[in-house]
Design a protein around this ligand. Structure first.
Ligand code: 5RP
Length: 219
């Protein structure tokens, strides 16, 4: 309950970054679901909107917000998304909802990334939450072996297929002391599409919903 209130606080604070005619990227997850609900009265003010998942596309349509393909827009002004873990350096671990690849693409194409989380997501070191890794299906066993070599315990997210037709390995047991370097290492493994580490392109602004209000962490 408190977590939901704090998610709402963070989502509400993100509205102040939305200017008239803005080209907006919308993330995925329960915190973003709250944001989408809050966007409904602002629909007329928005410029082009790009979604990071089929789930968010449907939810945006439900509140009367039409989305366009990223390919038909240039860079986006702003991307708003949640996270499963965040550090004070604004490095993120994402992908609990399985939308990590499209999320990373939309984040990369955005001039500013505002991340909205409740305070339980703030951690000193990433890795307590299992790290999602999206994998080309035929590479699943190979990538799993590489994850074991990296010190993790990969578990196939059974029955889950990403919006891109791939599978997810959730990797437990990692203590990610250098997320920028580790993200680069994961990117080099053949068969890995994306990892849920968002450190090379982390958040520009982290809005942390707490019982005392919203804390803003930024550069
Ligand atoms: C989805 C994500 C979400 O941002 C992450 O799982 C956080 O979700 P929630 O807002 O429900 O806690 O990365 O792929």
């Amino acid at each position: 309950m408190t977590e939901d209130t704090n998610k709402r606080r963070a989502a509400t604070a993100a509205l102040s970054y939305i200017k008239d005619g803005i080209a907006l990227g919308v993330g995925t997850g329960s915190t973003v679901d709250i944001l989408i609900e809050l966007l409904q009265p602002l629909a007329a003010k928005l410029g082009q909107v790009v979604s990071s998942s089929e789930r968010s596309t449907r939810r945006l349509a439900d509140v009367g917000i039409r989305t366009v393909d990223l390919g038909s827009v240039g860079d986006l002004d702003l991307y708003i998304d949640g996270a499963d873990e965040a550090t004070k350096h604004r490095h993120l671990l994402k992908g609990g909802g399985g939308a990590l690849t499209r999320e990373k693409i939309v984040a990369a194409a955005s001039r500013r990334f505002v991340c909205i989380v409740d305070e339980t997501k703030l951690v000193p070191t990433l890795g307590r939450f299992p790290l999602p890794v999206e994998v080309i299906p035929m590479a699943q066993a190979y990538v799993a072996r590489q994850m074991v070599k990296a010190g993790g315990q990969p578990i196939w997210r059974e029955g889950f297929v990403t919006d891109n037709g791939n599978v997810i390995l959730d990797v437990r047991g990692l203590t990610i002391l250098n997320p920028v370097e580790f993200e680069g290492e994961l990117n080099q493994i053949t068969g890995v599409v994306t990892s849920g580490l968002f450190a090379r392109r982390g958040a520009d602004v982290l809005l942390l919903g707490t019982a005392d209000g919203v804390q803003t962490l930024k550069r």
